[in-house]
Structures are given as structure tokens and as C-alpha cells.
Design a protein around this ligand. Structure first.
Ligand SMILES: [Zn+2]
Length: 114
């Protein structure tokens, strides 16, 4: 199942589910994108609402189809200047969120957010 196909952002309830939801960095980037733009990507540079280009070799970077400027999903987060793979950050955030009572997608996103 594609993360982007779900109306609500999922929160993995178990390790197998985590691995299914976030098999790679691209899946993690897609989750961050969905968390930021629930209604779909809005270019912060020109304001156009449209599917951006995604760069396969650089998960977390989106490029506007209209103005061609790039937007970093990780700007302002702990992941911004790190060379650690997104999937590792996601795992760490999952562990922290799952230590807290009433773990939820919201807490999970807080771990990953700016
Ligand atoms: Zn733009």
C-alpha cells in the first residue's frame, strides 16, 4: 500500500507495520510531504498547487513544475544537515513516540517535524 493513498496519515503499531510503511527513504519522504501538505503540495516559492517533481536520488527534495525551484522537506528539522538516512531517523522517532503513552501519528510527526 502506498502511504500517499491513505486519507489519514498512518502510524505503525508494530515493527512489521513500520517496515511495511517505511521500507525506504522515498517512503519516508512521501510521509513527510503528506504531513506538511495534507491537501497536496503547494509551492512555497510561487504558490502553485500541483504535483511536484521528485528526485529519486534525493528523497526530501521536491521541485516545482512551474517555477522549477526546489523545496526541502527537511528544512528546519533535525534531519536537515544529517547524512543519516531518513529511514533511520524515522525509526528513532518511532521508538521515542512509542515510549510515550498514547502514541499517535501526531507525536510521531512531532519527532520528525521542525
Ligand atoms: Zn513554484
Amino acid at each position: 500500500m502506498d502511504v500517499l493513498d491513505q486519507a489519514e496519515l498512518p502510524f505503525p503499531e508494530s515493527l512489521p507495520e513500520f517496515q511495511r510503511l517505511f521500507p525506504n527513504d522515498a517512503a519516508c519522504a512521501a510521509y513527510l510531504e503528506k504531513a506538511r501538505w495534507r491537501e497536496g503540495f503547494v509551492c512555497p516559492h510561487c504558490g502553485v498547487v500541483a504535483e511536484p517533481f521528485r528526485i529519486a536520488t534525493r528523497p526530501g527534495i521536491l521541485q516545482c513544475r512551474t517555477c522549477r525551484r526546489q523545496t526541502g522537506l527537511l528544512v528546519g528539522t533535525v534531519m536537515e544537515r544529517s547524512h543519516t538516512p531518513l529511514s533511520v531517523w524515522f525509526w528513532a522517532a518511532y521508538l521515542v513516540a512509542s515510549q510515550t503513552q498514547g502514541m499517535s501519528a501526531v507525536q510521531f510527526q512531532r519527532q520528525l517535524g521542525p
